[in-house]
Write a protein that binds this ligand. Structure first.
Ligand code: XUL
Ligand code: CO
Length: 441
């Protein structure tokens, strides 16, 4: 059975191609900075947005036309697996990601749910035997079902805490079976609406206890995936505990968990937190905590998580700059946690959307590598912080200074030299690199 019969394998045709089913910039084999593009970008398809969700929103029903929707229950889940592998192969992506309930329907109880999962996981495993496609990460959806109304590991109910743990336990087992590179924790409803009914201290302690038990269980079964926390500041709860990278890093440090995790950074979550995407990547990178990326973009005119496919080349360039400075993403990748708009309801739109995202990050990679090769931003930083290279500045950096010394230095200053930050010139230079990358000399 073929689900995408009108689409063939997507190939690279170059920037002048008019074929909507071709890459214009993503050339998997092309060497950038000594590495194949495909090895740096490590793209992944999100199962939920691509094969499970139907385009419904709070004001309207689903709009997506999917030819696997003629099935129901476990048959629908199986049809989605068939469609998904056809999609990965035709698109040429190396990875996919899923939540437990994306791939298999929930049963009437946990036992039944786990049995459904086993059927589908076996089917995925069979596909993976003959396919090069791998699992970037899996995760537990501990937020959709009404039992998670007050959260999961931070629920006021100990039964819900236990249920959530059982789901993550199963997720770790599945991750091991399918050879997942990472395991993700996004704190779906781990947060609160009001302090009037919330014991924040107990909830935070419980979250740390939960993580500790997950670490122990992964170790027990020999599942060596990288654990990732995905910060998000709000939505669905008002105050999400994993607000942003800095907050989540402090949480991990408070509980002595920081060596067991890295971060999965999502562009739209960064902007919801009032940061740029590159801020979150940078903060994680300088603390050696950058693990993986949920590649999407938000709508600057809307205040929620719109999960659009990334097309903003400025943003992909600055993101790829951080990723390259990080030495790549290691076991992580670029997962398109992005959905086609409700109006883009045809199956072919799934290809157009992924091609757009893959091309946008390929451009970002090329431009970022050129910026690095020419030491554009490095030179700017070197010059700007030059005063810490010698004299009193070097003393400060080396820890060879104190308030007495600094006061003496300040009292002897007759003038303070400052230089311009040159922001407009720097932005113009980046524009120049963006345009230059694809202009034939
Ligand atoms: C929600 C979100 C999730 C996580 C995985 O905003 O990004 O899909 O990526 O649970
Ligand atoms: Co995400």
């Amino acid at each position: 059975m073929t689900y995408f019969s009108t689409v063939n394998e997507i190939k690279f045709e170059g920037s002048s191609s008019k074929n909507p089913f071709a890459f214009k910039f993503y050339n998997p084999e092309e060497i950038i900075g000594g590495k194949k593009m495909e090895d740096v970008l490590r793209y992944a398809v999100s199962y939920w947005h691509t094969f499970t969700m139907d385009g419904s929103d709070p004001f309207g029903a689903g709009t997506m036309k999917r030819n696997w929707d003629r099935y129901n229950g476990i048959d629908l889940a199986k049809a989605r697996v068939d469609a998904s592998f056809e999609f990965y192969e035709k698109l040429g992506v190396p990875y996919f990601c899923f939540h437990d309930i994306d791939i298999a329907p929930e049963g009437d109880n946990l036992r039944e749910t786990n049995q459904n999962l086993d059927v589908i996981v076996n089917m995925i495993q069979d596909y993976m035997k003959s396919s090069k496609v791998k699992l970037l990460w899996n995760t537990a959806n501990n937020f959709t079902h009404p039992r998670f109304v007050h959260g999961a590991a931070t629920s006021s109910s100990a039964d819900v805490f236990a249920y959530s743990a059982a789901k993550v336990k199963k997720g770790l087992e599945i991750g091991k079976e399918l050879g997942a590179e990472n395991y993700v924790f996004w704190g779906g409803r781990e947060g609160y609406e009001t302090l009037l009914n919330t014991n924040m201290k107990l909830e935070l302690d419980n979250l740390a206890r939960f993580y500790k038990m997950a670490i122990d269980y992964a170790e027990e079964i020999g599942f060596d995936a990288q654990f990732l926390i995905e910060p998000k500041p709000k939505e669905p709860t008002t105050h999400q505990y994993d607000y942003d990278v800095a907050t989540s890093h402090a949480f991990l440090q408070n509980y002595g968990l920081e060596n067991h995790f890295k971060f999965n950074i999502e562009a739209n979550h960064a902007t919801l937190a009032g940061h740029t995407f590159e801020h979150e990547l940078h903060y994680a990178r300088i603390h050696n905590m950058l693990g993986s990326v949920d590649a999407n973009q938000g709508d600057p005119l809307l205040g929620w998580d719109t999960d659009e496919f990334p097309t903003d080349l400025w943003s992909t360039t600055l993101a790829m700059y951080e990723i390259l400075k990080n030495g790549g993403l290691g076991r992580g990748g670029l997962n398109f946690d992005a959905k086609v708009r409700r109006g883009s309801f045809e199956q072919e739109d799934l290809f157009h959307a992924h091609i757009a995202g893959m091309d946008a990050f390929a451009v970002g990679l090329k431009v970022a590598q050129q910026l690095i090769d020419d030491k554009v931003l490095e030179t700017i930083l070197e010059n700007r912080y030059e005063s810490y290279e010698s004299g009193i500045g070097l003393d400060i950096v080396k820890g060879a200074s104190d308030f007495h010394k600094l006061e003496k230095h300040a009292l002897n200053l007759s003038t303070i030299e400052q230089s311009s930050g040159r922001l407009e010139q720097i932005k113009a230079t980046i524009n120049q690199y963006l345009l230059k990358a694809f202009t034939k000399k």
